[in-house]
Ligand binder design. Sequence first.
Ligand code: BTN
Length: 272
Amino acid sequence: MSRMPEESQPFFHVLHFEQLDSTNAWLRKMAAGGVPEGTVIWADRQTAGRGRHGRAWYSTGNWGLWFSMVLRPTFPSQNAGWLSIAAGVGVASSLHRLSGLGPESAVRPELKWPNDVLLGGRKVCGILCETSISGSALDWAVVGIGLNRLVPPEGFPEDIRLTAAALEEFVLESDMPSAQELVSSILAGVYGAYRRLSDGGADALRLQAEALMGSMLGKEVSCATPAGTLSGIAMGLDSHGALVLRDARGVEFSVNAGDVSLGTGRFIQEEL
Ligand code: BTN
């Protein structure tokens, strides 16, 4: 398979470790201490990998890619929601470039708003975006990416066995990108999406993101939020990257954060 060129020259400086507790936890401290935008921490193993909503992220071996980057966006904090969407778009575009998984292939990467990337309806990549905000300004954002490259030798743990995926399940062995190639390509993809967001605003990114959310848009979804479960037809993304739902009376409203599930069970509901 021929590989497509990278989107743009990355500006990242990567620090690679064998083992850390959590790359996000380390980089949060470093970001608060002033490290420049583009600093990346990559660990082969995490002893305390963190997921969204305080959940653990299974990353105790080097079957996957566990890394985080510091961004220092100049746009207002009300648009912070776009950062994890930009990361998801970057991951999907990288899987397309490196592994040919795109709009024309049988299995396409899908974005499960706000920050999961799915292959075959299962989660191959999770994104944890943590920010520090002063008033309307974003001081820093740490965007952590966990991508299952291989199936763990002992298989995925029982609680995620049905919902987790690994890239190797969808790519011929001869076409499998190395960990290094994937990290470089994902960083370039995220950089491209982040630059488009910073330079041109959210419109271009919204189109890309909504194209990757195709199997969810126009369908009845439930969204588990801290305030309770909200349901409606998924219409798209608003100007802040929030999910727009339309209720039974035709009234549209935005949801800023939550775990989405489709009534059909395509997106399997996660615990809050
Ligand atoms: C989620 O889907 O809940 C988000 C998972 C994010 C996992 C990555 S792995 C690298 C970085 N370090 C962490 O501790 N978490 C993120």
